[in-house]
Design a binder for this molecule. Structure first.
Ligand code: G
Ligand code: G
Ligand code: MN
Ligand code: NA
Length: 253
């Protein structure tokens, strides 16, 4: 469990080893960049850049996800407060375990205050894990954050155990359609049917839709025809360090 020791060490002694990369989301109709999603990476002294799949689960197991999540929120909000365009949305991924403590609401309020970030610019991405046990406390937390102006997005929709009942249980601002439904959009009519169903349901419920993993112009055209609102993926750009946000905005302008 070498990685576990390293993770504890980095969190305690070298938080600068954790870096956020940002991936743009684009409004399909107008082509405008609407915001960036913060994606965590670990610049390990020996292993190089470690992907989140390799250490988020571990951080959850060893009880380090709260500290890591706090670092991500602080860093992301502080960085977004310095972006050249103060209308851009900042999307931050939350682990289901971060909802286990009442502390989350207080943390988010504190981080917003410290950074001066407009709460309406912050969008928290949650997965079905958060809603799996729909406790009164989870719902109260989500409602409280939303009342404070923070937006809530359902991530990876359509995979795992995500179900339509989640869309009924909470008024999400956005649903992110998992890239599994985008990948073969051009060759699999059934995927287009599913995406159409999701965008129709979401529009009816007043929720915006973002397609993930958009890599080709053809996928983008199909998503436009399916009335999907926004797109995110390598077609517009890979996640980049905060310093490269101005270039990304210029390139996509
Ligand atoms: O960036 P990448 O595609 O490798 O991310 C892989 C997964 O890790 C995604 O599902 C993403 O939601 C998750 N992830 C990335 N950054 C964070 C983070 O800061 N917190 C949490 N909880 N998950 C993250
Ligand atoms: O689950 P979440 O949406 O947070 O996952 C984001 C992950 O998806 C990141 O790891 C990011 O690197 C990855 N990703 C972003 N755009 C694309 C894409 O166009 N294609 C593929 N295959 N992965 C992508
Ligand atoms: Mn996400
Ligand atoms: Na996702």
């Amino acid at each position: 469990r070498r990685l576990e020791m390293d993770l504890r060490r980095a969190l305690a002694e070298a938080p600068e080893e954790f870096v956020l990369h940002y991936q743009p989301a684009v409004e399909i109709a107008g082509g405008r960049v609407t915001g960036f999603e913060a994606l965590l990476r670990w610049q390990h002294p020996e292993r190089g850049l470690v992907a989140p799949q390799e250490f988020i689960g571990l951080a959850e197991e060893i009880g380090a996800i709260e500290a890591l999540g706090e670092l991500v929120l602080r860093r992301a909000c502080a960085e977004a407060a310095r972006w050249p365009d103060q209308r851009l949305r900042l999307a931050v991924n939350l682990s289901a375990l971060q909802f286990r403590r009442e502390h989350l609401t207080a943390l988010i309020h504190a981080v917003l205050e410290e950074s001066g970030l407009d709460p309406r610019r912050l969008e928290l991405e949650i997965t079905e894990g958060v809603l799996l046990n729909q406790t009164a406390q989870t719902m109260a937390t989500l409602r409280g954050l939303r009342d404070a102006g923070v937006r809530i997005a359902m991530d990876d929709f359509g995979t795992g155990y995500s179900s339509l009942s989640y869309l009924r249980s909470f008024p999400f601002d956005r649903v992110k359609i998992d890239r599994a439904f985008v990948r073969d959009l051009a060759s699999r009519p059934c995927d287009a049917t599913i995406v159409r169903a999701v965008t129709t349901i979401c529009a009816g419920l007043g929720m915006a839709t973002t397609a993930e993993g958009v890599e080709t112009e053809e996928q983008l055209r199909l998503l436009a025809a399916l009335d999907c609102n926004e797109a995110q993926g390598f077609l517009f750009g890979r996640p980049v360090p905060a310093a490269q946000i101005p270039q990304t905005l210029a390139r996509l302008a």
